[in-house]
Design a protein around this ligand. Structure first.
Ligand code: HEM
Length: 145
């Protein structure tokens, strides 16, 4: 006997858009603050502070943003799991997201430390931007492909 349990998230029309708002807010805090550090690594703006100072000032906001994404995302997913995990764009987004988070807390973090060469800073920042743009495109095109 198959017990169909109704997902409480689908019980009201307001829940999904509210979760999407949380998801977009989390995206602004997480990817937004990471992008600011990447622009500093590229030497674009904020030169009155060192890369390390910018990165450490923004790190708590990045964490808050990622926490919002890693809670609102699975909840959005749970509203219709079959529609998402059978979609190759979603799978690609999840792979890029894992790579982006691991990259952020390893190679990217090391690049924000003193003594990193200008070339290495630019390469690391470019990879970081490419990974997060990939995650965002995955999120946006998810609903269209
Ligand atoms: C930092 C990490 C993440 C970023 C930057 C991100 C980005 C996005 C973006 C830009 C959208 C489109 C929003 C819209 O069109 O209104 C989206 C939608 C979505 N994301 Fe994420 N996301 C992240 C993490 C996650 C995670 C961890 C999951 C699930 C495990 C997830 C599941 C979804 C789902 C289900 C949608 C809704 C697609 C729809 O409109 O049907 N996301 N995401």
């Amino acid at each position: 006997m198959f017990l169909a349990i109704e997902n409480p998230l689908n019980s009201s029309e307001l829940i999904f858009p509210t979760l999407e708002c949380m998801h977009i807010l989390g995206f602004a805090f997480s990817v937004g603050t990471i992008a600011i550090v990447d622009f500093r690594l590229l030497g674009l703006g904020m030169r009155h502070q060192t890369v390390g100072e910018v990165a450490s000032d923004l790190a708590p906001w990045t964490l808050i943003g990622l926490a919002l994404m890693l809670t609102s995302g699975p909840l959005l997913f749970s509203s219709d799991p079959d529609m998402y995990y059978l979609n190759w764009v979603f799978d690609l987004k999840m792979v890029l997201l894992l790579l982006a988070i691991v990259f952020h807390y390893t190679i990217h973090r090391r690049a924000t430390m003193p003594g990193t060469s200008a070339l290495r800073s630019k390469v690391v920042a470019s990879i970081s931007i490419a990974l997060w743009v990939g995650v965002i495109f995955g999120g946006i095109f998810l609903a269209f492909i």
